[in-house]
Design a protein around this ligand. Structure first.
Ligand code: CP3
Length: 365
């Protein structure tokens, strides 16, 4: 087919052999047989790489997210260096919120800081719905990357309503999410209005990325583990479902990830995920029992293990690959993002080791 510039599908809608939609990563997400367990790392594009620090030396974080040439280069750096099975778009969860009109910055060493935290219905109303034109730099960056990456799939992403709401209500990072929970419990109508608006922005943002050719999307609900399952189901699940189920017909796998979510794994799958991300606290065989047979899992090496001697890393990688076999599909990853102090050489060795210990014999497909 000649019009298929994204390489995701052949004329009949089936993945094109050898294209990104037929890659080990996408196949594992779909619970199809794979030649080896695919591996990528959350925050692989970032401060553990000297080439990243160099290119970012004089450019602010938000500005770099808005320059397609920089986004493409930073996204490609870990693919070149480590040979990971997927690229993840270089951006940040607050990029669409800034495009929606919220005054914020990403402060080095701190994270997102919001000038005027959300307190009222008027504050919610000021968060505008977004379209392609509001994030044209993302559309452009994805198109550049898809052309450059060839058979390597590109993962698009967004922050989930709860995690975004936490930054907007707290005004910045928070350990307890106290203001967020106070608003959630004390003003449930306002809470639901805020999350509904954020879900709308997030869905639009992911649709732009899918339209431009990403092969999968990940919804980061990094801080959802702050909630009990009952509160998660009541205050968060409906909004994350709006996003994930809203993409059911988009034709790309949807990954749903959070930290400290052992009690939420089942519910996070129910939100409409094809793959549930698992942090290091829950072994993957236990996690897959909680999630059920209809979803793949992603994870779950403790990022701090990468700072330990190689023999420790090796033992842990082998354990995780083995426990991942209990799941109907496994994408190897960390349980949370790469720490800035990680030696990039160790990441490269982990990729090679995962591939080696998981290689299936050809006759097994
Ligand atoms: O995974 C990747 O390599 C893609 C890039 C990516 C970034 N942020 C780049 C970034 C992704 C997927 C994110 C998502 C993100 N951003 C999340 C969800 C994932 C998670 O870690 O739980 C969250 C909660 C944020 C908010 C945020 N932005 C934080 C907590 C920070 C770190 C603050 C710090 O400096 O320690 C940021 C800034 C940020 N986002 C950096 C990068 C590379 C560091 C900024 C810099 O290099 O100056």
């Amino acid at each position: 087919m000649t019009t298929d510039t994204t390489g995701t599908a052949a004329r009949d809608g089936a993945p094109r052999p050898g294209g990104p939609a037929d890659s080990p990563f996408v196949r594992a997400c779909r619970r199809e047989p794979v030649p080896h367990t695919p591996v990528w790392f959350m925050r692989q594009a970032g401060r553990s790489l000297p080439e990243y620090r160099e290119i970012r030396a004089n450019v602010g974080m938000l500005e770099s997210c808005r320059r397609p040439d920089l986004v493409a280069e930073i996204t490609l750096q870990p693919v070149r260096r480590h040979g990971v099975d997927a690229a993840i778009l270089f951006s940040d969860i607050v990029v669409p919120v800034a495009a929606a009109g919220v005054d914020l910055d990403i402060v080095p060493g701190t994270g997102p800081v919001v000038a005027e935290p959300v307190r009222t219905a008027e504050d919610v109303e000021r968060i505008r719905p977004i379209g392609r034109d509001d994030v044209s730099y993302v559309d452009e960056a994805v198109r550049l990357l898809v052309a450059e990456l060839g058979a390597t799939p590109l993962i698009g992403f967004a922050g989930a309503p709860f995690t975004l709401a936490s930054y907007l209500v707290e005004g910045g990072p928070s350990r307890t999410h106290a203001k967020t929970k106070a608003l959630m419990y004390g003003q449930p109508e306002l809470w639901h209005a805020l999350c509904a608006r954020l879900a709308e922005v997030t869905l639009s943002f992911l649709r732009v990325q899918i339209g431009a050719g990403v092969s999968a999307v990940q919804l980061f609900d990094s801080w959802a583990g702050a909630l009990s399952e009952a509160d998660y189901r009541r205050y968060v699940l409906p909004h994350s479902t709006t996003v994930l189920s809203g993409l059911a017909d988009a034709g790309v796998p949807r990954i749903h990830f959070g930290v400290g979510t052992a009690e939420l794994l089942g519910a996070m799958g129910e939100a409409g995920a094809d793959v549930v991300g698992v942090d290091w606290r829950t072994p993957l065989d236990v996690a897959t029992r909680r999630i059920g047979p209809d979803r793949a899992v992603q994870g779950n090496l403790d990022p701090t293990v990468l700072l330990a001697p190689w023999s420790v890393v090796e033992t842990e990688v082998r354990r995780i690959v083995k426990q991942g076999r209990a799941a109907p599909g496994h994408v190897f990853n960390l349980g949370h993002g790469v720490l800035p102090e990680t030696d990039p050489e160790v990441l490269t060795r982990v990729v090679a080791l995962v591939h080696e210990v998981s290689a299936r014999r050809a006759e097994q497909g």
